[in-house]
Design a protein around this ligand. Structure first.
Ligand code: 5GP
Length: 192
């Protein structure tokens, strides 16, 4: 049986390419009954292997703008030329299943969520270094040269933001198994 976990939502942020999706995939596989993912909307095109409605809800700009106009978003932001947003519904859907909601959002989202009454806990996942991050992003082969540069520029901002102490914990992903253990420890922290 999985240990008991607080129902406070958990926000995971950190530069694109740090390994958030890989770690979360493992968490959802290991604890399918405990956690639910807040599936964001994005105007970015799907990467190979990403499924609509599971990784993201992939929408065009008009549909995204309509959601903004309808006040459907808890928060939304522009990242690397694309729009991303968390709908109120996405978070509610997880809560109604009695699961702890996990959000994977950028620093603009963190700032916005802090202003809501979500009472979330914030985890920052950092790469070992910016050089390592660049080689991971390039090695992943999913980003154009331009996209890698935009993500690297944004990564520097995320790292600076993390220094302000906005997060409850920072974990450096220098070893997947070690990082996963630290992530699980944070998530199941009984004092939270
Ligand atoms: P990617 O394109 O690599 O999937 O995501 C790019 C960035 O957008 C990541 O930092 C990710 O955490 C962030 N992101 C994904 N969904 C959302 C969202 O709903 N809101 C915000 N603010 N950022 C998001």
């Amino acid at each position: 049986m999985a240990p008991k976990v607080s129902l406070r939502p958990i926000v995971i942020s950190g530069p694109s390419g740090t390994g958030k999706s890989t770690l979360l995939k493992k968490l959802f596989t290991d604890y399918p009954d405990s956690f639910g993912f807040s599936v964001s909307h994005t105007t970015r095109k799907p990467r190979p292997g990403e499924e609509d409605g599971i990784s993201y809800n992939f929408v065009d700009r008009a549909a995204f703008d309509k959601l903004i106009a309808d006040n459907a978003f808890l928060e939304h932001a522009e990242f690397s030329g694309n729009c991303y947003g968390t709908t109120i519904k996405a978070v509610q859907e997880v809560a109604t299943k009695g699961k702890t909601c996990i959000l994977d959002i950028d620093m603009q989202g963190v700032i916005s969520v802090k202003k809501t009454d979500l009472n979330a806990r914030f985890l920052f996942l950092a790469p070992p270094s910016l050089e390592e991050l660049r080689s991971r992003l390039e090695g992943r082969g999913t980003e154009s040269k331009d996209s890698v540069e935009k993500r690297m520029a944004q990564a520097e901002k995320e790292m600076e933001f993390a220094k302000t102490g906005a997060h409850d914990k920072t974990i450096v992903n220098d070893d997947l198994d070690k990082t996963y253990k630290e992530l699980v420890d944070f998530i199941f922290d009984s004092s939270a």
